[in-house]
Design a protein around this ligand. Structure first.
Ligand code: NAP
Length: 495
């Protein structure tokens, strides 16, 4: 079930929000502690969906500032008026008379909130709460790291009866989204952005459109994106739409990861079927996998992980994706060779990170003369040594004559859209210019290159190719490129 909390501060707004929330939520929580002079009778009469009445004190992260007697009197009244659920804090439950609780149809939720951390003793907290005679136990903690979600997963696997449990905060999104897969009785989603009742709550719209909340169950296959940052990635929408179109019971979620070693170790327990890997973990993740595909090993960077019988295997789909884009560009610009090789072509590659490594190896293997140019020259030299190509300092760029110029740096990427890695005067007509950045779809570098008469291509086709290759590695199904392109284009260009 998805519960939408109502956090309006006056009755009219609360009733209005309740009506709106009832159209999409399974259950509504009315936070009386936000309301000035709440009219409980009116609220309960207005409901069209089951309702949870909560009157959270400041000590548990709420806004109710009156006396404990006043606060509990409101909760007792909610029970008398037969609210569907009443949430009572674990340290107050003994103060609500047991006979009041047991003689009415209202279900009692006994709750524990920890806004500082996800403690190690969740099991003993659960034991204590489950002895209170409540119908539902609620344990909500704060995630300081992504692995805190695994503590919630363990708790829910061991618990009996109805238990609501997840982590708050940015790192806690995993347990909020995967609530059914983890076994939580319900999860919370905000009515819209700005209406969150706790940190890390995502909107109902995101829940329904990106994560297809209703489709999830205990058998749902988990996939996800390892990176930092991951909040603005378009990959969840793309892969979740593909799972929907292919009718697969799978979900793709973002994992904001600081420590890759801890993450891979802890998340093995969740049996995640596959990962995408992005900045800054593409190189470091290699040391924590069970096997690496030969191309990924050669490149020294992994952007895809497949779980085959509990063995995590690393692949690199960036290389093939970028080469395909350059081959297409050669073809459309009339520079294509018979076998579409790059033999004899001079390529200047800006950047020496994970993407550059993949592209440099792919092009060198296909006969191109690659020159790596990077801000940190030692890094350029190191990549050039590994690949067996040339390297130059960024300052030497005016002297470079090239057939193909590739930007594999974030210079020009959203939000720094006015940046460009190359002065426009260095761009010559007939050069092929490939910018791997896909947000924005057309960077300043590409606009200036087009004005100089260059043939251009942005990062979107590479993104589409590598996402399709990942999906095929995970599922064995070739997804329609057109669909991926349409979704990505819609998000990035808004059309
Ligand atoms: P990375 O491993 O972090 O490497 C970044 C590289 O860019 C480094 O060589 C860095 O130089 C250089 N750099 C960073 N900021 C710069 C600036 N302002 N001016 C000049 N150079 C700068 O990142 P990555 O994974 O290789 O990704 C690099 C780019 O490729 C990103 O824009 C990403 O969006 C794009 N990419 C696109 C796709 C796709 O599917 N279209 C796939 C992968 C990557 P130093 O070594 O001097 O720090």
């Amino acid at each position: 079930m998805i519960c939408i909390p109502i956090i309006a501060n006056n009755l009219d707004d609360a009733l209005c929000d309740m009506d709106e929330a009832s159209k999409v939520a399974d259950i509504i929580e009315v936070r009386l502690d936000y309301l000035k002079n709440p009219d409980l009778k009116c609220i309960l009469e207005r409901r069209t969906k089951p309702i949870i009445i909560t009157n959270r004190p400041v000590r548990e992260g709420g806004k109710f500032e009156g006396s404990e007697e006043e606060r509990l009197a409101v909760l007792k009244l909610a029970i008398q008026l037969q609210a569907d659920y009443v949430d009572i804090e674990h340290d107050s439950i003994q103060n609500i008379r047991r006979d009041t609780v047991h003689r009415v149809p209202t279900k009692i939720i006994v709750s524990y909130h920890n806004f500082r951390e996800t403690p190690d003793n969740l099991a003993s907290i659960y034991q204590k709460l489950s002895q209170c005679g409540a119908d539902v136990v609620k344990i909500v903690s704060y995630a300081n790291t992504i692995t805190d979600n695994v503590k919630i997963y363990r708790l829910l696997r061991q618990a009996h009866g109805h238990v609501i449990s997840f982590c708050m905060g940015e790192y806690g999104m995993t347990s909020r989204i995967l609530y059914k897969r983890f076994g939580s009785y319900l999860t919370f989603a905000s009515l819209r952005k700005g209406k969150e009742s706790a940190p890390g709550q995502i909107s109902i719209q995101e829940f329904l459109t990106i994560y297809r909340a209703q489709r999830q169950d205990k058998d749902t296959g988990i996939y996800g994106l390892i990176g930092n940052p991951v909040a603005h990635s378009i990959s969840p929408l793309i892969h979740n739409t593909l799972f929907k179109e292919m009718n697969l019971n799978s979900i793709y979620v973002p994992f904001k990861v600081d420590n890759i070693s801890d993450f891979i170790r802890a998340f093995r327990e969740l049996d995640v079927k596959g990962y995408s890997v992005t900045i800054p973990h593409k190189e470091s993740v290699i040391h924590h996998l069970d096997a690496i595909d030969s191309m990924a090993k050669k490149i020294g960077a992994v952007n895809t992980i497949v779980n085959k019988g509990d063995q995590l295997i690393g692949f690199n789909t960036d290389c093939k994706a970028a080469i395909q884009v350059l081959e297409d560009l050669q073809q459309t610009s009339g520079m294509g060779t018979k076998n579409n090789h790059f033999t004899g072509r001079c390529v200047t590659l800006l950047g020496a990170g994970g993407a550059s490594r993949a592209i440099a190896f792919g092009l060198q293997e296909r006969g191109a003369h690659v020159t790596v140019v990077n801000r940190n020259y030692e890094r350029a030299q190191s990549l050039a040594r590994d690949v067996g190509c040339l390297s130059k300092k960024f300052g030497d760029l005016p002297e470079i004559k090239t057939d193909i110029l590739i930007n594999a740096t974030p210079a020009g990427m959203f939000p720094a859209v006015n940046e460009t890695p190359v002065d426009k005067n260095r761009l010559k007509p007939n050069m092929l210019v490939f910018d791997t950045i896909y947000n924005p779809a057309e960077t300043r570098l590409l606009r200036e290159a087009k004005a100089q008469g260059c043939k251009i291509v942005g990062g979107l086709p590479m993104f589409v190719n590598q996402a399709a290759a990942q999906f095929e590695l995970w599922t064995g199904i070739k997804p329609p490129l057109k669909l991926i392109e349409e979704i990505a284009y819609k998000i990035l260009v808004g059309e």
